[in-house]
Design a protein around this ligand. Sequence first.
Ligand code: TYD
Length: 150
Amino acid sequence: MGNMEKVRMLDFQQRGDERGHLVVVEGGVDIPFEIRRAFYIYGSGSDVVRGQHANRRTEFVLINVAGTSKVKVKDGEGNEEIYCLGRPHMGIYLPAMVWKDMYGFSRDSVLLVLASTHYDADEYIRDYSDFVREVAPHMEVVGKSGGRRA
Ligand code: TYD
């Protein structure tokens, strides 16, 4: 299965009652990995683009627990998809080795990110051409001789 096919929306059970809503996400149950890290992004302007990287090892689930944002996912082989987040009971699952841009943040956006690893800056790929080279070396055919770049 290609990495793009692994990207999917997750719909969590809402345990609402007359007191309001409650959503539970358990690692390995509702989230398809054990959660080792959580962080959240807020206060990003509507013109800001975050992410712009791929991760060699880390899987993520992104949940807009308030407000809305968009995620553009690319596989480095010419395929891309845009997902709209904005329902607190829904998340998007992102496998390792996909390029992601988060953008279009509403003023009230709070984007919760659950990750499968502790932070390791070395497993981030922050240059798109490096990403393409790692994910799809066969696409890096350059020059008239058809020689490969490393
Ligand atoms: P960055 O990866 O640029 O955020 P985004 O993916 O939203 O664009 O991270 C911003 C800063 O925070 C950067 O200096 C690295 C640091 N950081 C950590 O220390 N730990 C983490 O888990 C994350 C996600 C970032």
